[in-house]
Design a binder for this molecule. Structure first.
Ligand SMILES: Cc1ncc(COP(=O)(O)O)c(C=O)c1O
Length: 403
């Protein structure tokens, strides 16, 4: 028995897409396929796998390409993102490396958001130029600036929406239109949104990237990543990143993440509802200087959030005076918030991201870019990843910590 993905709504697909009960035992929880190899049964008497170009369908061959458990995960994610295929990787960073090293060659030009997850920014700044790839960092909310940055050799634009850590949004539809006019691929890291909130492919984006480590898994117990998109693009990524970069996820993590995805819809809805209540409460707190949350009317792109986001998401960022003292309280006195550098767990997390630290370690910004960054972040941001606790308990805790 297998399901026909496209006829169901996303909430249902989160449970059913790619799901196959064990054929032999009819176990309803799929077994974890730990085998690296599947015996090769020659069909044409040649005893050679030469010429088999689709390595993702049964009979499976080698887990470096995929395996039955990983394949179920990939099919589920592709269905949730409303597209053909997905390639699941060891981490979110592996997924991003897979995109860059599959599509960029010596002499190509990459445009990347001037604010994005620190490690991907650092990779674009430090590593890609060593491979002869030109990189421009651009505020992707400014489409004129993007258009100006496009060169004849621009091959890829990489966005993040909402971006880490500012929660600034990119107008994905408009950026996709611009990229298409210039025959440039557009990839979007949608880790903060998940398909519950935004489905970038439906807005014209070519490649969607997730760190599955975060909301998609949702329990903080497995690293993973994925790249999602049209079949031909994903086949190209799989053959490069799976075979040559060795980036394919292992079956155990794929299984954990698949189980996490089964509750993705109710989790994201609950987290978004709680985050909205908490963000509204924070806005009124006398010690809080500024709150950024896409679901708040005060967010500079509230209208865009309404167009391309079904919910505000689980992340809130805010500024306070006396940030070191508040950070100390989060780290030492919090009972419900855990002071940790991650997001998307079932438990709430908090961390202070100081602007000066990021400017020194990560961002290589122009004066104008730093000014735009500080409009959102001031001297530093507390990033909250709201979990599944009762929001009133979290508010009481924040009240105690903020003092
Ligand atoms: C937006 C975003 N993309 C990618 C990553 C990298 O994910 P991973 O830790 O799974 O490599 C992160 C990690 O925080 C992230 O926030």
């Amino acid at each position: 028995m297998s399901t026909q993905p496209s006829q169901y709504s996303p909430e249902t697909l989160a449970l059913s897409a790619g799901f196959v009960p064990d054929r032999e035992t009819q176990a309803m929880t799929p077994p974890i396929a730990m085998s690296v190899n599947h015996c090769f049964i020659p069909e044409d008497g040649s005893f050679s796998a030469h010429g088999i170009d689709d390595l993702t369908e049964a009979p499976f061959l080698y887990a470096g390409w995929t395996n039955p458990t990983v394949r179920q995960l990939e099919q589920r994610i592709a269905a949730l993102e409303c597209t053909d295929d997905a390639y699941a990787t060891t981490t979110g960073m592996a997924a991003l490396s897979a995109v860059f090293f599959s599509f960029l060659r010596v002499g190509d030009h990459l445009i990347i958001s001037d604010v994005c997850y620190a490690a991907v920014y650092e990779m674009a700044r430090e590593i890609l130029p060593d491979y002869g790839i030109e990189v421009s960092t651009v505020n992707l909310t400014d489409l004129e600036a993007v258009a100006k940055a496009i060169r004849p050799n621009t091959r890829l634009i990489h966005a993040e929406s909402p971006c880490n850590p500012l929660l600034r949004l990119t107008d994905l539809k408009q950026l996709a239109d611009l990229a298409r006019q210039h025959n440039i691929l557009l990839s979007v890291d949608s880790t903060f949104a998940t398909p519950v909130i935004t489905r970038p492919v439906t807005l014209g984006v070519d490649i969607v990237v997730h760190s599955l480590t975060k909301f998609m898994n949702g329990h903080g117990d497995a690293l993973g990543g994925c790249v999602v998109g049209r079949k031909a693009l994903i086949a190209q990524i799989r053959s490069r990143a799976g075979v040559y970069l060795g980036a394919t996820i292992n079956a155990h993590n794929a299984w954990l993440i698949m189980r996490g995805i089964e509750t993705l819809y109710p989790r994201m809805k609950t987290m978004s509802e709680s985050a909205l209540q908490i963000a509204r409460w924070l806005e009124k707190h006398p010690r809080v200087k500024q709150v950024n949350y896409p679901g708040l009317a005060s967010h500079p792109q509230y209208q865009l959030a309404g167009q391309q986001m079904a919910h505000g998401g689980g992340i809130i960022v805010f500024q306070t005076d006396d940030m070191d003292e508040i950070a100390r309280r989060f780290a030492e006195d919090a009972r419900l918030f855990y002071y940790a550098y991650s997001i998307g767990h079932q438990r709430s997390l908090a961390v202070l991201l100081k602007t000066a630290d990021l400017m020194e370690s990560t961002y290589n910004m122009t004066v104008e870019q730093e000014k735009e960054y500080r409009d959102y972040a001031g001297d530093g941001l507390f990033r909250l990843s709201i979990g599944l606790e009762n929001p009133q308990d979290l508010i009481a805790e924040l009240d105690r910590l903020l003092g």
